[in-house]
Design a protein around this ligand. Structure first.
Ligand SMILES: [Cu+2]
Length: 147
């Protein structure tokens, strides 16, 4: 094989890796503005290939996806453990902290374009409905989605 081609290939592979970013979402009992049981930031807009690490900044939390684009595996972490998820497929991802879903501990990650926006919008009311406190939090995040 052509040596030059191989070198170019490796340089390209390296540069793609360099552009992929890693974001952090903290799992908190008390958020920056005093809100309770919260992911911060609760809304992220990232690009395909980027990763998000869910950080157990407070105890008793984990992240579990409820909505992912078609063909994507659901993700779920373990209590008090950091979890990194790499998002390859564009679309809207909605996740919750299972023990605090009743307190609307939830978040949205937009990866690239909102290809499954209708699917996500149809599912949001049922998730909001389960919240007894922090009502409307998920709806506020949903307003940040770029169509
Ligand atoms: Cu929690």
């Amino acid at each position: 094989m052509n040596k030059c081609f191989i070198i170019v290939f490796f340089l390209l592979a390296l540069s793609f890796q360099a552009f992929a970013k890693t974001y952090e979402v903290k799992m908190l009992n008390i958020g920056e503005n005093g809100s309770t049981m919260v992911f911060e930031p609760g809304f992220l807009h990232i690009e395909s290939g980027d990763s998000v690490t869910f950080v157990p900044a407070s105890k008793g939390h984990w992240a579990k996806s409820l909505i992912v684009p078609d063909g994507v595996s659901q993700f779920e972490g373990k209590i008090n453990e950091a979890m990194s998820v790499t998002f390859e497929k564009e679309g809207i991802y909605v996740y919750v902290c299972p023990p605090h879903q009743v307190m609307n501990m939830s978040g949205i990650i937009q990866v690239g374009r909102a290809l499954n926006l209708n699917q996500a919008k149809e599912a949001l009311p049922a998730i909001e409905h389960r919240a007894v406190t922090n009502k409307g939090r998920l709806n506020e995040y949903a307003k940040k989605i770029q169509e």
